[in-house]
Write a protein that binds this ligand. Structure first.
Ligand SMILES: [Zn+2]
Length: 105
């Protein structure tokens, strides 16, 4: 999700993304990140192009419309979790249906 988020803002490439993830405290090496990027592309969430920088080729990844939809869905889930994390009284999950215990006062 983090990768999609950044790809939604700008074309990303492996090394820059590794630095960004390190900034957030995730130690992710090329052996993990590149397969992840390839997987996202295979799933149609990212699309890559080859770019030439100072004579060196670099693969740039951009988010696709499908990727944007997936990001929106993921964001809704995270927002929901965020709200529940900050609720003082999260909904009881063990109360039986129809016999929900309500606290008074
Ligand atoms: Zn970030």
């Amino acid at each position: 999700m983090h990768v999609l988020l950044h790809a939604a803002h700008e074309p990303i490439f492996g090394l820059a993304m590794m630095k960004e993830l390190a900034h957030h405290g995730y130690r992710i090496g090329p052996g993990t990140l590149y397969p992840l990027l390839h997987g996202l592309e295979r799933s149609g969430l990212l699309r890559s192009t080859l770019d030439r920088v100072d004579g060196r080729r670099r693969r740039l990844y951009k988010i696709t419309p499908k990727g944007k939809r997936a990001l929106t869905k993921a964001k809704e889930k995270v927002d929901e979790l965020y709200h529940e994390l900050h609720e003082e009284h999260p909904r009881k999950v063990t109360a039986k249906a129809g016999r929900e215990v309500r606290k008074s006062g």
